[in-house]
Design a protein around this ligand. Structure first.
Ligand code: GLN
Length: 504
């Protein structure tokens, strides 16, 4: 394995700035890694043919003495939910196969302006619906820690690409956990920012009131650096917040010294703990909290009584928004068109196209959402779910009146076997119980690796949650946990991955 691909984005950026590495070298090393391992992993749906050319342009600018942004020349993988003008954007669906967008999503445009080099588009559950990556129309992605297992979802490709050293940075989207849960299952870092903190313009919509774009990386500092690039106000997105955001990278650098945990109040949500059904997950979580307590953090138990209804509310609100957002795939405006044999009416063409273009999970959610929104049922289902959403927000407000951050295991279990849960959608839905409340409340959440489960040796994620606008707090406290875990293990977490070097 080449040394280049093992480096963090922050390390690569330093070497690039000092002229010790060129952007072309860094890009080529990652492209080579992709060509060596991605046949097995299936993290990428498309590769950017212009990656080396873009890198060469950055090198030329640097050689000419131009002052470049901090991360210029560092490669980036992009979840296929984000539209790009130079690569197809499918959102993991057959209905958008080969679709070329006329514009870049704002986060992609900002990344290009920052000199990041797009490597390609990453695999995902169709329209970001899923927790395993198996709902992709383009085949499941495999977990680099164990190729017989799923890497989590919906951001299966972004998380696997990071864990397999195919990219140092990736973009993801999180509607109910799709950045944080795959991060937990692949031993990487993932952040769902405050709703409105990062533009959704050009993110192919799943459930608009819940979707957020965020970073996937191997270190907390790298996530913070990418967050600083993509965050901030965007007039193209009507829900974008006008706010003076502090530097996330500065917070992560400050938190790297774990003594900064002194006096920090960490609330353990009683109701979310009950969801950690695997013993090794609970153990790794508790050990991480003990390490924080040794630094002077105060660990207190808090209760969020309405979280127990969060999954039920999410699976009404989300499908309702899905049924509306996916109505645009009508065989006329985007992508696939299937004409029934012998021709047909507009309705028949639309029906045949949607029947052929959407997978089972997308269809299931369109049907659920259409039913929940239909006249006569609207108040009973959608209306009640919105009330529960308010109660979940109030639970968070009362908890944050007592503590600085909340903590839970990111996911109830470690990565499961490919195929193991495909027959029962409910098992996957319930699995999201730990991540969904933050999406309902619009607050930020982070997952970072805190150990390996004793019984299977697979990574366990710690979820930290902070009040709206306090994303920097996650980076500060997350960086402290990261240092404590590295001290405990005697090496960086990603160095523990046994399968990574062996993937051929
Ligand atoms: N697993 C959740 C779902 O299937 C979350 C998906 C997401 O965050 N995009 O809805």
């Amino acid at each position: 394995m080449s040394e280049i691909i093992k480096q963090s984005a922050a390390e690569l950026a330093e070497h690039l700035q000092r002229g010790e590495l060129s952007a072309v070298e860094v890009t080529e090393a990652h492209l080579e890694r992709i060509s060596n391992v991605d046949g097995e992993i299936n993290a990428f749906l498309a590769i950017n043919d212009d990656a080396v050319k873009t890198a060469a342009e950055i090198d030329a600018k640097r050689a000419a003495g131009e002052q470049l942004p901090e991360l210029a020349g560092v490669p980036l993988a992009i979840k296929d939910v984000l539209v790009t003008r130079d690569m197809p954007s499918t959102s993991g669906s057959k209905i958008l196969e080969g679709y070329m967008s006329p514009f870049d999503a704002t986060v992609v445009a900002k990344s290009r302006e920052a000199g990041l080099v797009p490597l390609g588009k990453t695999n995902m559950d169709e329209f970001a619906m899923g927790s395993s990556g198996e709902n992709s129309a383009y085949g499941a992605t495999k977990n680099p820690w164990d190729l017989s297992r799923i890497p989590g979802g919906s951001g299966s490709g972004s998380a696997a690409a990071i864990a397999a050293f195919e990219a140092p940075l990736a973009l993801g989207s999180d509607t109910g956990g799709s950045i944080r849960q795959p991060a937990a299952l692949t031993g990487t870092v993932g952040v769902k920012p405050t709703y409105g903190g990062v533009s959704r313009y050009g993110a192919i919509a799943m459930a608009s009131s819940l979707d957020q774009i965020g970073p996937c990386t191997r270190t907390v500092l790298d996530a913070a650096l990418l967050h600083d690039v993509i965050g901030g106000y965007d007039w193209h997105d009507s829900t974008s917040l006008q706010h003076d955001w502090p530097s996330m990278a500065a917070a992560a650098r400050q938190g790297a010294d774990p003594s900064s945990l002194q006096g920090v109040k960490i609330g353990v949500v009683k109701e979310l703990l009950a969801d950690a059904s695997q013993r090794g997950v609970a153990e790794a979580f508790e050990r991480a909290l003990e390490l924080a307590a040794e630094q002077g953090a105060e660990i207190v138990e808090v209760s969020a009584p309405h979280f127990e209804y969060a999954v039920a509310a999410y699976y009404l609100i989300m499908p309702a928004e899905v049924s509306s957002n996916l109505a645009r795939y009508d065989s006329v405006r985007f992508g696939l068109r299937v004409t029934p044999e012998g021709g047909g009416t507009v309705d028949a063409v639309m029906g045949a196209t949607r029947a052929a273009g959407f997978g089972a999970e997308a269809k299931r959610r369109i049907i659920l959402g259409t039913y929940a929104l239909s006249a006569g049922y609207y108040d009973a289902y959608y209306g009640s779910a919105q009330k529960v959403r308010t109660l979940v927000q109030q639970d968070f407000n009362s908890a944050f009146a007592e503590v600085d951050v909340l903590a839970s295991p990111t996911a109830p279990t470690t990565a499961w076997k490919i195929g193991e849960r495909v027959d029962d959608p409910m098992v996957n839905y319930i699995n999201d119980a730990t991540t969904i409340p933050t999406n309902l409340a619009g607050i930020p959440g982070m997952s970072l690796p805190v150990g390996l489960a004793a019984e299977d040796g697979l990574p366990v994620g710690l979820q930290l949650m902070a009040p709206q606008y306090a994303d920097d707090r996650l980076y500060r406290i997350g960086a402290s946990f990261e240092t404590l875990i590295a001290q405990l293990e005697g090496k960086q977490f990603w160095e523990l991955a046994p399968a990574l070097g062996e993937v051929k």
